[in-house]
Design a protein around this ligand. Structure first.
Ligand SMILES: [Zn+2]
Length: 72
């Protein structure tokens, strides 16, 4: 299920919301404002970058078996 992170443009409250329908309106749980901005999913980014850093040890940008010598 897609879990998105939002920030309220009214009170700057950050929260996560499960969005079942793409057109579903998300409102701030603190101030009930509908003016919220969707942030890029933090767990998607974190998962990818941690996998790149500590993962299988090879990448498509170098032929070495370890990425410690390349900085892609
Ligand atoms: Zn708010």
């Amino acid at each position: 299920m897609p879990l998105y992170e939002y920030v309220c443009l009214h009170c700057q409250h950050r929260f996560e919301a499960l969005v079942k329908a793409r057109s579903e309106n998300v409102i701030c749980p603190r101030c009930q404002s509908p003016k919220v901005k969707k942030l890029i999913s933090s767990f998607g980014i974190g998962g990818n970058s941690s996998r790149l850093k500590g993962g299988s040890g090879s990448c498509s940008g170098c032929s070495s078996s370890s990425c410690s010598t390349c900085h892609q």
